[in-house]
Design a binder for this molecule. Structure first.
Ligand code: SAM
Length: 184
């Protein structure tokens, strides 16, 4: 998927997925990542086939080819992404606050693929140095879903809100009141 002909990609890495505790939140991270224009989500922690099948069902109805993949080792994944030239952003409340760095991030995003990493439980300390930048969405603790949504919005500057998905079976006709969906 590209937004306004941006050929670079954003991938999401979700750390430490715990099947029972995180199922809903990790699914929400994937839904935000898909709806807001990233191409794929990788996750580590517990392997969870139902996570993958829920997103496949969303793609089937609402289109696009957003992909969810399990990775065993975040370290190998991040090292490989770095080697491939990706710019690694770790979302953490300890990072540089987004208003202070968003212009720099957008300029990097013009010609480099980005990997956004979000945590669940405690972030491995090693990752704090391995990432290219630690970004805070305010220096207050809150939610990975909110942090991801705001970071993507600042990177895409709202253009993601008008994304069109290919091969959708369900489509919404926006209504001021009521609900209108057409099926293809
Ligand atoms: N208790 C966990 C800890 O001590 O690391 C934090 C859990 S927090 C709900 C889960 C994830 O949300 C964090 O790992 C981080 O990626 C993201 N997050 C939470 N607040 C954030 C903030 N202010 N800025 C950026 N990311 C944030």
């Amino acid at each position: 998927m590209n937004i306004n002909n941006l050929l670079v990609k954003i991938k999401l890495l979700r750390l430490g997925h715990r099947i029972h505790r995180d199922h809903r939140t990790t699914t929400h991270c994937a839904l935000v990542a898909r709806a807001f224009g990233t191409s794929e989500m990788y996750y580590c922690g517990n392997e969870d086939d139902s996570l993958i099948s829920s997103i496949e069902k969303v793609n089937e109805s609402w289109g696009g080819d957003f992909n969810v993949t399990y990775v065993k080792s975040w370290k190998s994944f991040v090292n490989k992404c770095k080697k491939d030239g990706n710019f690694i952003i770790l979302c953490t409340m300890y990072g540089k606050n987004i208003p202070d760095i968003e212009i720099d991030l957008r300029s990097i995003f013009k010609d480099r693929d980005i990997v956004i990493i979000i945590g669940s439980e405690k972030i491995p300390p090693e990752l704090i140095n391995l990432s290219d930048i630690n970004v805070a969405i305010s220096n207050q603790p809150h939610s990975e879903v909110a942090a991801l949504a705001i970071l993507l919005d600042r990177l895409f500057q709202g253009k993601q809100l008008n994304l069109k998905f290919t091969n959708s079976k369900l489509n919404i006709v926006p209504q001021e009141k009521g609900k209108s969906i057409y099926k293809l």
